[in-house]
Design a protein around this ligand. Structure first.
Ligand code: PLP
Length: 384
């Protein structure tokens, strides 16, 4: 069994009546034929399709989910010394991009049920240096943007959603990545909407930000060889856009399948009382980028399951605030900007305890009933 099976997807029939594999091969061939490898027509076509899908005005394809965050932070003008409030419980990109700009992450604890940043704890972390909040929509369900956006309005802060794991999910009927000032996502192969390499996108309804993000993603260029700001080489490849267009045509099916499989896991596990199953807020749907439970004796259970051939994973084994890069100043390229700490932190009691207990089970839209039963039975056996 595989943790995420990317090959099974290729056999799925697309609306064209051919397999996804065939559709992708045709679309790649078409790119090879027209030869516009950089910002070819597929990129714009995908951006329009993704903007329509998320219900926002502007989508800018970029080179990865990490660069999407970097471009978003640069577009809102984050500079050295600024503070950006975020969660300690995420992939490293969330904090790496803040630090690359010389800004200071300010960590706020997570909600004990959803594992997303706790909006009730944000206000006490706001200072006169705070410029933005990055809320991560972890494991596939949006953070509480109802409350987070309100804080953003009250304190004039930009709100960025890191939607790398939640693309396709909804918060109060609205799609993830279209919930705040800027939404970002990742098309890393294992993400809910994945390509066959690196890719990502930024979303916004704000025209000025959209133009800035577009320019920043192409070397800060407003016209050819005219650079009005510092940017990056952050474009989405034409071939990846072509692959994503094929995958987007079956994405509704996959989102539905993810929800069904996630809910099935919960139904099977909930009554066993052996672990804490994911809590999905009534305001949200989840695409279960990860199906993550909490258990005691995690290491023992993972080892036992591994001997039975059941892959598991830990998202994430330690908090961002505990990473060496944030705590060893001499190794850091931005060491000169801050005389004291590279980050600030409020108490993180929930995150500290949850990071020790989380464990993710095999999860993808093509996970069969039999395989799912095998995972569940092995998990229960391994716990007992
Ligand atoms: C995967 C991920 C990223 C980074 O995306 P890449 O495309 O790999 O750069 C950022 N944030 C979160 C929460 C992620 O899961």
């Amino acid at each position: 069994m595989e943790f995420i099976n990317l090959n099974a997807q290729q056999q799925k029939l697309t609306p064209k009546g051919i397999t996804l594999r065939e559709d992708i091969e045709q679309r790649i061939k078409s790119v090879l034929d027209h030869g516009k490898y950089i910002l070819g027509p597929e990129v714009l076509q995908l951006e329009n399709a993704l903007a329509a899908y998320t219900g926002v005005k502007y989508c800018i394809g970029v080179s990865s989910g990490t660069d999407a965050l970097l471009v978003a932070l640069m577009a809102i003008g984050i500079k050295p010394g600024d503070e950006v409030i975020t969660t300690p419980f995420s992939f490293f990109s969330t904090v790496e991009t803040i630090l690359l700009l010389g800004a200071k992450p300010v960590f706020v604890d997570i909600d004990v049920n959803t594992y997303n940043i706790d909006p009730e704890k944000i206000e006490i972390a706001i200072s006169n240096k705070t410029k933005a909040i990055i809320a991560v929509s972890l494991y596939g369900q949006p953070a509480d943007f109802n409350k987070i956006n309100k804080i953003g309005e009250d304190y004039k802060l930009a709100i960025i959603e890191d939607g790398a794991q939640s693309f396709g999910s909804k918060h109060n009927q609205r799609r993830s990545s279209g919930l705040s000032t800027i939404g970002t996502t990742s098309f890393f192969p294992s993400k809910p909407l994945g390509c066959y390499g690196d890719g990502g996108a930024c979303f916004t309804n704000n025209e000025e930000l959209a133009i800035k993000m577009r320019e920043i993603s192409v070397h800060g260029q407003n016209k050819r060889y005219s650079h009005n700001q510092i940017g990056i080489n952050g474009r989405l490849d034409t071939i990846q856009a072509a692959i994503l267009l094929a995958k987007l045509s079956i994405f509704d099916f996959e989102v539905e399948a993810r929800m069904t499989i996630g809910n099935k896991y919960t139904k099977k596990l909930k009554n066993m009382g052996v672990c804490t199953t994911p809590f999905i807020s009534s305001e949200n749907t989840s695409v279960y980028a990860q199906y993550t439970i909490q258990i005691e004796n995690r290491d023992k259970v993972i080892k036992k399951m591994k001997t039975k051939g059941i892959p598991t994973s830990i998202h994430y084994p330690s908090l961002l605030s505990d990473q060496e890069a944030l705590n060893t100043k001499t190794k850091n390229i931005i060491k000169n900007i801050f005389t004291k700490n590279l980050y600030k932190s409020k108490e993180l009691n929930n995150a500290k305890s949850i990071t020790k207990k989380v464990m993710s089970l095999p999860m993808h839209p093509y996970l069969s009933d039999d395989d799912q039963d095998l995972v569940v039975n092995n998990l229960i056996e391994s716990i007992n």
